[in-house]
Design a protein around this ligand. Structure first.
Ligand code: NAD
Ligand code: UDP
Length: 324
C-alpha cells in the first residue's frame, strides 16, 4: 500500500530530489515549501502527477493533515548567504517549523526525520567528526541562527521522542552538491561552477587550505531514505556525508580542469567569521546501521553538476528578496 509522505522544503535542492525518489517508489508525496530558496522549476515535472501535491506554506505557521505516514523535515535555508539573509526567520524556521512538524507527527503517529547538519559541530576540534562529538559552536556569531537553530531542533526531536514516544530519525548532513543547487546560494560549489562557466575568476576565501567533504545528492537522498526506514529503536543522530576530504583550493583546481577554458583562481577575501577550518564526517555508524556510504566520486559528481548548470536558465533562480 502506498504511504503518504510529507516533505517540508520539498521544492529545494535536496527536497526535490527526495520527492522524485519517493514518487518513483510509488509513495504519495505532499511537498510543502514557502519558495524562499526553493523554486517551482525543481518540481515542475511532478506537477500533475496524481501522487504529488504541492502546498505553498511557511512552516513557521502551523499545519494539519489527517493522515501522514512519514515526515521529512527539510524546510530551512541551508547556504550561509541564505540563512544569514534573515537570521531571525532562520531560527524561527528551525525551531517553530520543527515543533509544528513534530506536533503533526505526534498526532498522526508518523515517523519524522529531521535534516540536521554538520554545522551542529561548529568549527570542530575533533576530526573527523563522530556523532558523539558535541561540537564547538559560537552561539552569538553570524552562523548561530542556523547552527543553534538546528541544535534546538535536534533537542526538540529527542524531547518529543522521550516525552511522547514519537518515532524520530535525526540525520546530520554534510556538504552536499549536485544538480538543482541554487546557482546564487553563495556556496562554494555553485560559486566556482558558475564563475568557471562565465570565465570569471574563482573566488577562494582565505588561503584555500580549509577543507570540506562533498557528497553527491543521489547518495545523500539514498541515505535519507535508508535512515527513515530503519527499525523504530534507531533514532540517530547519524552522519551522512562523503568522508573524502578536499581543501577548497583542490576543489577550485578540479572545477577549473572540468569546466575548461581560461579561468583563473584568486584569493578573493578573508575567511568569513566562524568559517570552519576542517569538516569531514565519521560515517562508521551510517556504514553499520544503514549499510550506506557515498559512491559518486567528486570528479563524476562535479561533471554532472556542471552539465546541469550549463543546461539551465539561471535567471529562474532569484536571490532572496527583502519580502521574505
Ligand atoms: P534549499 O535551500 O535548497 O532547500 C530548503 C527548502 O526549504 C527551500 O525550498 C526553501 O524554500 C524551503 N524553506 C525555507 N524556509 C522555509 C519555511 N519557513 N517554510 C517552508 N519552506 C521553507 O537547501 P537544501 O540544500 O536542499 O537543504 C535542505 C535541508 O537539508 C535543510 O534543512 C538544510 O539545513 C539541510 N542540510 C543541507 C545541506 C547541504 O549541503 N545541502 C547540508 C546540511 C544540512
Ligand atoms: N568559499 C570560498 N569561495 C566561495 C564560497 C565559499 O572559498 O566563493 C569557502 C567558504 O569560506 C568555506 C567553504 O568554501 O570555507 C565552504 O563554504 P560553503 O558556503 O559552500 O559551505 P559551508 O561548509 O561553509 O557551510
Amino acid at each position: 500500500m502506498s504511504r503518504t509522505i510529507l516533505v517540508t522544503g520539498g521544492a529545494g535542492f535536496l527536497g526535490s530530489h527526495l520527492c522524485d525518489r519517493l514518487i518513483a517508489a510509488g509513495d504519495r508525496v505532499i511537498c510543502m515549501d514557502n519558495l524562499f530558496t526553493g523554486v517551482m522549476l525543481n518540481i515542475q515535472h511532478l506537477i500533475g502527477n496524481p501522487n504529488f501535491e504541492f502546498i505553498r506554506h511557511d512552516v513557521t505557521e502551523s499545519f494539519k493533515f489527517e493522515s501522514i505516514d512519514q515526515i521529512y523535515n527539510l524546510a530551512c535555508p541551508a547556504a550561509p548567504g541564505h540563512y544569514q539573509f534573515n537570521p531571525v526567520k532562520t531560527m524561527k524556521t528551525s525551531v517553530l517549523g520543527t515543533m509544528h512538524a513534530l506536533g503533526l507527527a505526534r498526532k498522526t503517529k508518523a515517523t519524522i526525520l529531521q535534516a540536521s547538519t554538520s554545522e551542529v559541530y561548529g568549527d570542530p576540534q575533533v576530526h573527523p567528526q563522530p556523532e558523539s562529538y558535541r561540537g564547538s559552536v559560537n552561539p552569538i556569531g553570524p552562523r548561530a541562527c542556523y547552527d543553534e537553530g538546528k541544535r534546538a531542533a535536534e533537542s526538540l526531536m529527542f524531547d518529543y521522542h522521550r516525552q511522547y514516544r514519537t518515532p524520530i530519525k535525526v540525520v546530520r548532513i554534510f556538504n552536499t552538491y549536485g544538480p538543482r543547487m541554487h546557482p546564487f546560494d553563495g556556496r562554494v560549489v555553485s560559486n566556482f561552477i558558475r564563475q568557471a562557466i562565465a570565465g570569471q575568476e574563482l573566488t577562494i576565501y582565505g588561503d584555500g587550505s580549509q577543507s570540506r567533504s562533498f557528497c553527491y545528492v543521489d547518495d545523500l537522498v539514498e541515505g535519507l531514505v535508508r535512515a527513515m526506514n530503519t527499525s523504530s529503536d534507531f533514532t540517530g543522530p547519524v552522519n551522512l556525508g562523503n568522508p573524502h576530504e578536499f581543501t577548497i583550493a583542490q576543489l577550485a583546481q578540479s572545477v577549473v580542469r572540468l569546466v575548461g577554458g581560461n579561468t583563473t583562481i584568486a584569493s578573493a577575501r578573508p575567511l568569513p567569521q566562524d568559517d570552519p577550518m576542517q569538516r569531514c564526517p565519521d560515517i562508521s555508524l551510517a556504514r553499520k546501521v544503514l549499510n550506506w556510504e557515498s559512491t559518486v566520486q567528486l570528479d563524476e559528481g562535479l561533471r554532472r553538476t556542471i552539465e546541469w548548470f550549463r543546461s539551465i536558465d539561471m535567471s529562474q533562480f532569484r536571490a532572496p528578496t527583502p519580502n521574505y
